[in-house]
Design a protein around this ligand. Structure first.
Ligand SMILES: Nc1nc(=O)c2c([nH]1)NC[C@@H]1CN(c3ccc(C(=O)N[C@@H](CCC(=O)O)C(=O)O)cc3)CN21
Ligand SMILES: CC(C)C(=O)C(=O)O
Ligand SMILES: [Mg+2]
Length: 269
């Protein structure tokens, strides 16, 4: 295996600035962390989607902070050079910036290099609180699965003019508060592209079109081992001749880098 330099925030920012696409996948354990790292994945997200794909739950809401800490530790042990983002689960950061700090610090101590939290508006002061005290933060706008009950389902966000304007405002507030990365989920491609070109931080899309700084998918979705129906933004990378999991992940990385994935007509909104 070729040794890679450890990923850094500066390098991710440089990739965004130069248009080198960032390949990100979710990862929940040491075996896959090692495999993903060798396959050239830049960023591994220890996502609360583990509630769905590992625990068999119907949403991410029941996932606990202790569970996220455990999986973050596992990923950190298998990781060689990729950047690790730990997802703050539901009920670990909403009550106060102090609560968010304790939760973020637990993920940080477990080996995450950055934490991710969902939502805009009220989250900006929370982001500032964490960043000023030394924990890098990735924001998450568009479809935010922890608030799916309020959103009324897993639907595209930011289609209407007012909703798009609000998302742009929230994104700017998050950047001003110190967020150093943004995940956009199920957002129209044109809006995601505009945000990518204006915000000044890497924007990672999932169902947000090819115009983002990079892409993320749930690992089990792209390996086609998630039971049941998949969202439209998913592509099965085991299909079309991948002879191994390693090969499927390599294809994902190369298609993200070449902007061959996603295709707006197939995976976009
Ligand atoms: N396995 C898995 N993959 C994910 O991408 C994922 C999770 N779990 N868990 C947390 C959230 C939930 N997500 C979801 C879940 C369902 C849809 C979905 O059914 N989308 C439909 C459209 C539904 C509609 O418009 O009403 C689609 O076709 O995209 C999308 C994202 C994304 N995240
Ligand atoms: C789908 C990504 C963005 C996520 O938040 C997760 O996997 O939990
Ligand atoms: Mg998540």
């Amino acid at each position: 295996m070729t040794e890679r330099k450890p990923m850094s925030l500066q390098r991710l920012l440089d990739m965004h600035a130069s248009g080198d696409k960032i390949a990100m996948l979710t990862c929940y354990d040491a075996a896959f962390a090692s495999l993903l790292d060798d396959a050239g994945v830049d960023v591994m997200l220890v996502g609360d989607s583990l509630g769905n794909v590992l625990q068999g739950q119907t949403s991410t809401v029941p996932v606990s902070l202790d569970e996220m800490v455990y999986h973050t530790r596992c990923v950190a042990r298998g990781r060689k050079s990729a950047w690790i983002i730990g997802d703050l689960p539901f009920d670990s950061y909403q009550a106060s910036p102090q609560e968010a700090w304790k939760s973020a610090a637990a993920l940080f101590k477990a080996g995450a290099h950055m934490v991710k939290l969902e939502g805009g508006g009220w989250t900006a002061p929370v982001v500032r609180f964490l960043v000023e005290r030394g924990i890098p933060v990735c924001a998450h706008l568009g479809l935010t699965p922890q608030t799916v009950t309020m959103l009324g389902g897993y639907k595209v966000q930011g289609r209407e003019e007012a909703a798009a304007a609000l998302m742009k405002q929230q994104a700017q507030e998050l950047v001003a508060a110190g967020a150093q990365m943004l995940v956009l989920e199920m957002v129209p491609s044109a809006l995601a592209t505009e945000l990518t070109q204006t915000l000044g931080i890497p924007v990672i899309g999932i169902g947000a079109g090819v115009g983002c700084s990079g892409q993320v998918l749930v690992l089990h979705d792209m390996l086609d081992v998630t039971p049941g129906r998949r969202p439209r933004f998913v592509k099965n990378f085991m299909q079309g001749g991948a002879g191994s999991v390693q090969e499927a992940v390599r294809r994902y990385v190369s298609e993200v880098k070449a902007q061959a994935f996603p295709q707006d007509e197939l995976h976009g909104y």
